[in-house]
Design a protein around this ligand. Structure first.
Ligand code: ADP
Length: 917
């Protein structure tokens, strides 16, 4: 059996042109089950990628030879494994050479105290995130920024710091600018940030990388993360699509279907846990935490603002309001990005039938230079039993554009009260930092910059971060029980699932953190160099930490066979109690001490935890820590270590056929034993705080590249407009796809004008249109009547623009269902029409839409031709903005929803909150 694996290895003649394979593979030699890929941010930089690929052709030969030798080693190792169950071997243990090569270089946190002192500038210096030992590579990097950067620069605009107008970017972001009509609209869960970056024309295929030679694959499902795609590509992973489930890593934007989870092989990884909506749905999260408040005491779980789910708890809300008056913040239960949120002074301002989550509004938020801010921190859970939680060392601070004023008159103003980027980016005063080093400039900062800023003001940042860690752990504990039982039922292997959660945290002016929500699939969109830096490092570290097994297809089939044998006996696995035969023999090899009393499964867990910790990059493990059992042990079941959130759970869920293990206790004991043996892990409170406060710094610049765009030619646009108008007059029609393309590019122009040059009456028209249109883009109650917002202002324009932006996003997604693969008789040929769209200005688009509507009497951009309830087409006045003025009268408030619902099913699954479990 082992020989087949080694045959597979030798037959595949793997050689690596970049560098030695152990720079790109870690935790074990190639061929071992522990070997995983290494991801680094430095090869996102095309210059460095080129250097890497040029420098090492001479290594190919040696590496090929090395690999043959390794195949033999691998065979020996597998044989040993067979005989010693899951006992770790020295070759791929932490003390092994492979590890040392990588990790000696890597960790500032592994420096001793004197090292720390010499680290004068507070950088999270990461040496390429898994840097190679090749200094020529890092010398390509940026100059380290001076410590003077540490000084506070609150919301200043500098020469470097330009207010990049959204308007200037919008047309560039439009997928329709491309001449390829069908594929230009992305089939995505759209992120909070503008997904505009990261396409370059240099080679991104990573063909020389180990992952390419090993044919490691990834699959995206209902998500599109350009940054992630690029990371995969440059590291040599290839994409599989469609029904092909032969992936190593599945990255989905929604919760997973059970049949996929159930059939995962040991080498496959997916980026969600089953039932994690227990954490990521606002209503579920609050209910879970509320239960813990009742069970464990309010003082331990006072981590969320008081919350009610309407309409069920309307009465409780009124009672609470009578005790402590508002304001209250009203959020749709299954929504995100600030959509549909409004603030009221009293519950009677909330419509009776509103299905919403209503929370006590925190009126005294921490402000920076007078602007309200909140935090997005990234939390990685690699296992729920045992619980292993990491917090990424860097996070993002989002600032509201308008200065905070708690006076009730301002409650309508989303750019003052909500910190979402997707709202504030439409405000014409919104400032983006234009340099990755500017971490405390404009309306988006880094967490470390905030901490340094607060420290300068003598705030207790240590306590703040400890409270944030505590809040995260408690939120996970509150939701874990149900997720653990789903994992036990559906997840076949301990390492199949991992999940990165985006925690939104508001800090009040007493520095108490409050959990607002937990995001499933936090946005990896990047809109500035700062975003690119933080998210690239985050993603590279995430992939390395969770570990994508370095299996070749040949090795995979070997494990597949083994897996099917294992699966057929998997029912017994859970019911089996540890017995003497499972205890492993004493290891003769060096490496971390092995506790002889551990079962094979426990040894695997311990070994994985250690290896993962050694690959953690910028992730800070916050559970388990030295004192975690002391602090949280009371919330865990004393017998099996499961976080308990229901009083009678022991008798119901976890006891009967399942073994009485206590993985949390076992792991803690072995990682942090105090019984005379050497402490295994160094993850002290001081280390963690120090890591949060340092600025994130990469050795090589991570490029922030905007999409290349085709320059529009006004004259050509006018010429083509005439051609199109003539065709329409002669009886040609736009296909529904062309009509929808035209309408969305037209609305993008309107959106641009709303932010550049707001016009009161245009805002009203758009609101009226969206109000009649309904659906999820309906304006929040307070804004449905423009008269409620008396003053025309930049904030009001931003709010209308945000609503229109949300509408457009959905509309473009829906348009994909209309793509034509060939030209129809009597319709305008697609190639000619695409030429027109490429150069058309707003007036050209308006002229075409107007004539087409008047001549044909149909509105294919809003209604399906054979729909049942299409309202009569109103006459469209010609002339400037005539089409816009007629827009609200084109919508029948009842008809459109029915019409569009035809396509609802197609896109339903894009809803971030869609639940499969
Ligand atoms: P979404 O998922 O739509 O982004 P959030 O719960 O994150 O909704 O809230 C959006 C914004 O509203 C946050 O950025 C925060 O600034 C503000 N916010 C939310 N809840 C509260 C609250 N209870 N008190 C004060 N501000 C809040």
């Amino acid at each position: 059996m082992p020989s087949s694996l080694c045959e597979a290895l030798t037959n595949s003649s793997i050689s690596f042109d970049y560098q030695k394979e152990d720079d790109w593979i870690t935790s074990g030699k190639l061929g071992s089950r522990e070997a995983v890929l290494v991801f680094r941010t430095n090869i996102l930089n095309p210059k460095i990628r080129k250097t890497l690929s040029e420098k090492s052709s001479a290594q190919v030969l040696t590496d090929t030879k090395d690999n043959e030798e390794e195949a033999v080693e691998c065979q020996e190792k597998l044989e040993q494994k067979e005989s010693t169950s899951s006992e770790p071997s020295s070759k791929d243990s932490l003390s092994g050479s492979t590890q040392q090569k990588i990790f000696l270089l890597k960790k500032p946190q592994q420096c001793d105290k004197s090292d720390k002192l010499t680290f004068s500038s507070p950088f999270k210096k990461i040496l390429n995130r898994y840097s190679s030992s090749d200094t020529s590579i890092s010398s390509e990097g940026e100059e380290p920024a001076s410590s003077s950067e540490n000084k506070s620069r609150v919301l200043k605009t500098s020469q470097n710091n330009i207010n990049i107008k959204l308007a200037a970017d919008l047309s560039k972001e439009s997928g329709y600018e491309s001449t390829a009509p069908a594929k230009s609209i992305s089939n995505t869960v759209v992120s909070e940030e503008d997904p505009e970056v990261t396409s370059e024309d240099d080679d991104e295929s990573g063909t020389n990388m180990p992952a390419s030679k090993l044919k490691i694959t990834y699959k995206f499902h209902q998500t599109e993360t350009k940054l992630l795609r690029k990371l995969f590509n440059v590291h040599g992973l290839t994409e599989v699509q469609g029904e092909n489930n032969n992936f190593n890593l599945l990255w989905t934007g929604v919760h997973m279907k059970l049949d996929i989870v159930r059939n995962l092989a040991p080498y496959q990884r997916v980026n969600h846990f089953p039932r994690s909506y227990e954490m990521t749905r606002k209503d579920r999260l609050y209910k879970n935490i509320e239960r813990m408040q009742h069970l464990r005491g309010m003082k331990h779980f006072d981590i969320v603002p008081q919350t009610f789910v309407l309409p069920i708890e309307s009465r409780d809300l009124v009672v609470a309001h009578n005790k402590h008056r508002g304001p209250w913040i009203v959020k749709p239960a299954a929504s995100s990005r600030g959509r549909g949120i409004f603030i009221v002074n009293s519950p009677d301002q909330i419509p009776q039938d509103e299905q919403a989550v209503v929370s006590k509004y925190i009126v005294d938020p921490l402000c920076i230079d007078g602007h309200k801010c909140d935090l997005r921190v990234y939390v990685l859970v690699t296992s729920f039993d045992p619980l292993i939680i990491y917090l990424y060392e860097e996070g993002i601070v989002r600032l509201a554009t308008v200065k905070y004023d708690r006076h009730a008159d301002n409650l309508w103003n989303p750019c003052m009260h909500l910190c979402n980027y997707s709202i504030n980016k439409y405000h014409s005063d919104y400032i983006r930092s234009s340099d990755a080093q500017d971490e405390d400039v404009g309306h988006k900062w880094t967490l470390s910059a905030l901490l340094r800023h607060l420290k300068l003001q003598s705030c207790d940042t240590r306590q703040l971060m400890l409270n944030i860690e505590d809040l995260i752990i408690k939120a996970v504990l509150a939701c874990a029980q149900s997720i653990i039982s789903a994992c036990r039922m559906f997840v076949p292997n301990g390492n199949n699932c991992f999940e990165l959660y985006g925690f939104d945290i508001l800090i009040d002016n007493a520095l108490k953190p409050w959990l607002l929500e937990i995001n499933l699939s936090p946005s990896m969109g990047v809109d500035s160099p700062l975003d690119t830096k933080v998210k690239s490092c985050l993603m590279a570290d995430l992939l390395t930490c969770v570990g994508i097994p370095a299996y070749s297809p040949e090795m995979r089939s070997h494990y597949d066979q083994k897996w099917s044998r294992f699966r057929s006996s998997s029912c017994q696995r859970q019911a089996t109690f540890p017995c003497a035969s499972q205890k492993t023999k004493k290891s003769k090899k060096k490496g971390p001490a092995i506790n002889l009393n551990l079962t094979g499964e426990e040894q695997r867990i311990l070994r994985n935890a250690r290896l993962q910790y050694s690959r953690r990059g910028g992730f800070v493990r916050i559970f388990p820590t030295d004192d975690s059992m002391q602090r949280y042990g009371n919330f865990l079941d004393s017998a099996n270590g499961i976080p308990i959130s229901t009083p009678n759970v022991q008798s119901q869920t976890f006891q009967t056929p399942i073994i009485q293990h206590n993985y949390n206790q076992m792991l803690h004991q072995n990682l942090y034993s105090k019984d005379g043996r050497q402490k295994q892990e160094d993850n002290s409170e001081a280390d963690r705080i120090w890591q949060y406060e340092r600025a994130l710094e990469t050795d090589s610049e991570i490029p922030f590249v905007k999409k290349p765009t085709v320059e529009k030619c006004e004259v050509e646009g006018r010429r083509l407009r005439k051609v199109m108008l003539k065709k329409i007059s002669n009886g040609s029609e736009l296909t529904p796809f062309q009509a929808r393309q035209t309408f969305s590019i037209y609305l993008e122009s309107v959106l641009r004008r709303l932010t550049e040059d707001p016009k009161d009456n245009h805002e009203k028209i758009i609101l009226k249109f969206l109000n009649k249109f309904g659906g999820s883009i309906k304006p929040p109650v307070m804004f449905r009547n423009m008269q409620n917002i008396k003053v025309a202002s930049k904030a009001r324009s931003a709010m209308v623009a945000k609503l229109l932006g949300d509408f457009l996003e959905n509309y473009k997604r829906d348009t994909e269902a209309y793509v034509d693969s060939f030209d129809h008789f009597g319709m305008i040929p697609s190639s000619a029409y695409n030429q027109f769209l490429m150069h058309a200005q707003e007036s050209d688009l308006e002229a075409v839409l107007t004539l087409h509507t008047n001549v044909t009497g149909i509105m294919p951009f809003l209604y399906n031709r054979c729909g049942l309830s299409v309202p009569p087409t109103p006459p469209i006045p010609s002339g400037l903005h005539g089409f816009l003025r007629a827009l609200p009268s084109m919508v029948s408030s009842t008809g459109i929803n029915r019409e569009l619902s035809k396509y609802d099913g197609y896109f339903k699954s894009f809803d971030k909150e869609k639940i499969f479990l």
